[in-house]
Write a protein that binds this ligand. Sequence first.
Ligand code: TRP
Length: 355
Amino acid sequence: MAKEIVLSGIRSTGNLHLGNYYGALRNFVRMQDDYDCNFFIADLHALTTNPDPQQLHASVKQILAEYLAAGLDPEKSTIYIQSDIPEVSELYLLLNMHVGIGELMRTASFKDKARKALGIGPATEGADDEAFEHQIIGAETNKRVNAGLLTYPTLMAVDILIQKATKVPVGKDQEQHLELTRRFARRFNSFYGVDLFPEPQNYNFGAAAVKVPGLDGSGKMGKSEGNCIYLIDDPKVLRKKVMRAVTDEGPKEPNQPVSQPVANLFSLMELTSAPEVVAHYRQAYADCSIRYGDLKKQLAEDILAVTTPIRERINDILANEDYLRRVVADGAERARARAAATLAEVRQVMGIRKF
Ligand code: TRP
């Protein structure tokens, strides 16, 4: 039986941090044996926020190297760059004929990004949508909300539908985009009376889903939170970050409940340290003998044991341009084969025929 098609896109912004690694990447790596996996760098999506060309170029390469270093295997998975598949751009145009500007404007991510582009603050509870829409249409300064931003969900739907993927491992923040993808697929199929696009589902890692907290004592690790440990952090930087992590004054009485910042450090330990190490520090907390400085030193070394081999591979891979070029050329060839087949079906169904 043919393996199910899994697909996920990675926007080419910033570096990979421990949250990306444990939250997503490690699971991608595990899926490679059981599914027909497709992972790509979404550089066209990155263009919606008008990045600096040189930076975009560098970051596509960087992200690619980081994913390969962390275990995505071009022998098992199809790994490609979105803009290498011209069929995606053509289907994006065609699918847009069946997408409403209203439904796009109501997408949460669009509202956020449009506000940013116009330089107005984040939406507040019960915000006046009408005034907001008015601003988008009426803006006639050099601030504008580009059409690419509006049609971001169309492009994402095309990424998925053109490969006929049925499982899409993405985080909660992408749920709405996936819902739109299903709607567009259904709409297209029913408009033309065909069964061309399958409806993709989010791939839930279930029990394997882990939350990776940041070092600032609050919530999860995130780029915009500034509380990240990056895979490429060198030992000096990494140790410094961990030693500076937020804690509390320490337990005053035996078996005291653990505060959030300290619980976060224990969570990071659970991910990276040996079970007996975690048990040792939990016991030390319980009997009030714990010294956070020792815990942090241990934690930093255990994190380094995970990241150091990856960091070294990242640097090796980045230095090997030939290898990188081969990986994406090979990936593009495979991804284009399927994309071209789907596009041909769509053109036929929509009535675009050659004489
Ligand atoms: N929008 C996704 C993100 O911001 C990236 C993405 C683009 C994607 N196309 C995709 C994810 C297709 C899954 C499938 O992270």
